[in-house]
Design a protein around this ligand. Structure first.
Ligand SMILES: N[C@@H](CCC(=O)N[C@@H](CS)C(=O)NCC(=O)O)C(=O)O
Length: 224
């Protein structure tokens, strides 16, 4: 069977956007969740091209690197614009987002909890890297004439990635960040409402409301 299999940890992390694309594609796919021990085994068995997760197994072989997975699964779901200029405009925003995660990732290595919490909160203070990011995303969404982030005619992979990557930050899984922060960005809450109510997305997450990491994708998650 021509099965696609995503292999990653349980958290949304770098795999959720591709999981959602596969779900929207309607093709059959498998979500394989691994723990650290299983990850090490995959690595020792030389199954990870660059030593890291996520990967996707396809009938032609393995693909690594989350954005490559997103483009591949997005193409399967028809979420990559045909027009090359528009496709580049989508990729442009994905590349900008990469800079936000580069600012966030070092906080994982801060050992002192208070220091970690402060570093993360500072990113969301006025003018902080992620505050600027949230404002940029808000303005792209607000000024789009189509209602999609890159002004594409239809939903694209950058809408999916914005949805999965932004809202996971506020699930409570990251010390220092919680739901109160996203409430500062009302336009992003409108975007959340739009995405979480797309019928296929709503159905996919409907059985995950008790998941500590996935509840953020359900409609009304951020209602007061
Ligand atoms: N640039 C890679 C980064 C992948 C990455 O950092 N994966 C992490 C999980 S989020 C990992 O495999 N960590 C395992 C480890 O380093 O022990 C991508 O976008 O896929």
């Amino acid at each position: 069977m021509n099965m696609h299999e995503i292999i990653y940890f349980n958290s949304p992390g770098l795999a959720e956007s591709s999981r959602l694309c596969l779900e929207l594609s309607g093709i059959s796919w498998k979500d394989t969740i691994v723990d650290n021990e299983e990850y090490i085994k995959l690595k020792n068995d030389d199954l990870l091209p660059y030593g890291l997760l996520p990967i996707i197994r396809t009938s032609q072989g393995i693909i690594a690197e989350s954005v490559a997975l997103l483009r591949y699964t997005g193409a399967l779901a028809g979420l990559e614009p045909e027009d090359l200029f528009m496709r580049a405009k989508v990729d442009e925003i994905i590349d900008v987002m990469k800079g936000w995660w580069e600012a966030f990732t070092p906080t994982f290595y801060i050992e002192d909890l208070e220091e970690k919490i402060n570093a993360r909160r500072n990113l969301f203070e006025e003018g902080g890297k992620l505050d600027l990011g949230m404002n940029l995303l808000s303005s792209l969404y607000e000024n789009s004439s189509s209602g999609w982030i890159a002004n594409t005619e239809d939903m694209s992979i950058v809408d999916i990635k914005s949805f999965t990557d932004v809202f996971m930050l506020f699930s409570g899984q990251f010390d220092g960040l919680d739901k109160s922060i996203i409430l500062k960005y009302p336009i992003l809450l409108s975007f959340h409402k739009k995405m979480s109510n797309v019928p296929e997305i709503k159905t996919y997450y409907s059985n995950m409301k008790d998941s500590n990491e996935h509840w953020v994708y359900l409609p009304n998650s951020f209602d007061n």
